[in-house]
Write a protein that binds this ligand. Sequence first.
Ligand SMILES: Nc1nc2c(ncn2[C@@H]2O[C@H](COP(=O)(O)OP(=O)(O)OP(=O)(O)O)[C@@H](O)[C@H]2O)c(=O)[nH]1
Length: 795
Amino acid sequence: MKKVFHNVRSVYIKHTLLKFRSRTIINQRFYATTIKEYSIPKTRNIGIIAHIDAGKTTTTERMLHYSGFTRRIGDVDHGDTVMDYMKQERERGITITSAAITFGWKNHRINLIDTPGHVDFTIEVERSIRVLDGAVTILDGVSGVEAQTQTVWAQADKYGIPRIAYVNKMDRIGAGFGRTVKEMRYKLGTRPLVCQLPVMKKDSIGNNIFFGVVDLLDMQVLDWNNDPNGSIINKISLTEQYPISELFEEAVKGRSHLVEALSEIDDQLLEILLANEDPMKVSVDDIREALRRVTLNGKAVPVFCGASYKNIGVQPLMDAVVDFLPSPLDRSPPLATLSDKIIEIPLKEKEKLCAFAFKVIHDHKRGPMVFIRVYSGKIDNRMTLFNTSSRKRERVNKLLQMYANDVEEIPSITAGNIGVIVGLKETRTGDTLIQVNDSRQDLKLQSIDIPSPVFFYAVEPTSTSDEKPLEEALKNMLREDPSLHVHVDSDSGQTLISGMGELHLEIIKDRLLTEFKVNAEMGKMRISYRETITVEQLEHTCLYDRELMGKKQKAQVSLTITPLSENDKGVPEEVGNRIEIQIDDLNSEQVETNNENSFMKLNKEEIRDTLRSGILSALYRGPILGFPITGLHIKVHSLELFGSESTKMAIGACASQALGEAMKNGDPALLEPLMDVEVEVPEEHLGDVLADLTGTRRGNILGLETSGQSIDYDHSIEIYAPPDSTYTSSDEKQGVVKPKRIIKAHVPLSTLLGYSSSLRSLTGGTGSFNMRIHSFGIMSEDRAKSVINEIRGGY
Ligand SMILES: Nc1nc2c(ncn2[C@@H]2O[C@H](COP(=O)(O)OP(=O)(O)OP(=O)(O)O)[C@@H](O)[C@H]2O)c(=O)[nH]1
């Protein structure tokens, strides 16, 4: 068996090397090193998360190089990175899809996911964080903590993911390590623990050049200056005399602060400090162990720095991943529901299988590739699995280890690991997979929150022969991207594609035309509105009684609809609604249905699913303009069945009709997306920008802050942030950045189209802004009228 596997590998390696000749060169010997089985404690499943352009891909490419994966470093600006492999990513220099890669470092196996920073691709971050055990947050040393960093930080908080931070771009004029550390405290509400200090020196014309860091644990200067490739690190012990006393003093201060801050939150280190009396006498191992404990329990975040583009600082960051981020065993077991009870899934290879599908991509040659995280048990090649969401059996054709766009066949995926299954046709993102003979057939791991789409356009095949390829391409893209929605408008017959933002939909359009080679025309990009009811409660009973193809179809459904309450808001299911099916008193023995001409009994679970799908189909089409319905709690509280006339079809259609009829009686209203907007502007432009936001843009100002100051954090926790000045023999400062004002507001999305160019002209190019969906707000009557007129005027 082993021999066969070896052969497969050598064929694969040959193929890969041929393919990569023109790209970043992958090291041939690499596969032999990563395939090695590492135990679970020596596994790290980590993500790289940050604001757009902070340097996630640049840093990951260095990690791949230093670990031996690539022989040459890939460069975002040259479009030859391993991680950003999609055509659109290379052309635009941005990450669009999260890429997974496995490499070895210091006898550990690192499964890494590089995530996109742009807000339109937030689902990629969400689904990656859902399956990861730890994350590296990269911060831009010049821009500090930016808006999207706050968003991804909150996503990581939601899943309780331990983090380390890396302040990148320390080579750039205006970089401020201390300032960024302070911002982490008040913008992210965390306790940053400074583990390194940046070190600069003067070049021949007097500019400060960042060349390395001081490691505060080892009290060493790490100098990358002599090797442009960054592979050789010159390590110099820091002593009172060498290299300069000022640096030594700051390092002593930094180390003492680190040990004291750790002993405040870690009793074991407190005891060691009390026994040693002097923070400088506490051993490196003791500090390292304490740092690991406080990172794992989320009490603090170790902070490192570097300039990945200049190949400085990456190897110590990789050491920190191994030293401080959790192995799968360090995390609490994930929760799942089983027969409406919450249970834990213990991480053991000998346990029954439980795996989670977190991503599906469509590969033109291999078909759907399902990315999974195995939480317990093991998946073997050729195994048949049971999908508890689709309730279907599916057979594994191949198991793969991902190397960004390249793969290696593997015989199994064991508990604690991430891998890819080829052969599953029905599995979607968020599904749970178990063994076929497992009795826990309704076991479901906590799924992923799918954000609401806010833009859409109509797509028309150019000719009838393009209809099928378009349908096929959309089906594939829908499986890949849960934040993409496709809906056929029953009035106009048009196919409407909705997504997270203008960039998201632009990429979809681009992929349809170039990757799937579909001849289609796209309509104007429009805002995706929503519909809801404005009455407090609605009750409705619907009798479905029809004859279809010579057979009577009959069922009766009663439901209650109420607007979602604050308590319900955490658990919306589909397009922002909560569906509850209360049919416990139903005697399912009486249910018979005609399935493919033979009578069979439907069990309660199947009836629930049928009712749910009926309601879901009606939720996609509101009564005013056919926009999705949102913000409702829909409770089916009775179902009446009429023997064999109550077929599965009758039950689903009745539920759908019941909701449609009820909505019309509920004073329906139109909702529009309201965005959480943060605009950063120099003080002199504040007035103009505020007037513009509150005027025609109908913005509601929530607050004003000055970058570098904030009020909403706990002042009682002191943090050490080294001065932003350099640690050279002179005390000359780097370029000083003037603080800006930050406006926080809720603004309707419809008024923000083209805002970047307006802001540019209002601020002479000095302003920047960020937005993400906050909620859907009810439109005023006048606004609703004008939207209805505009849309009825035609797409
Ligand atoms: N000066 C300098 N530039 C850097 C550094 N790291 C990254 N860059 C540049 O910053 C830009 C963005 O880098 P990326 O690595 O693509 O950033 P990212 O966070 O992966 O971006 P997205 O995935 O699109 O969000 C590129 O032009 C890089 O060359 C650094 O340490 N110093």
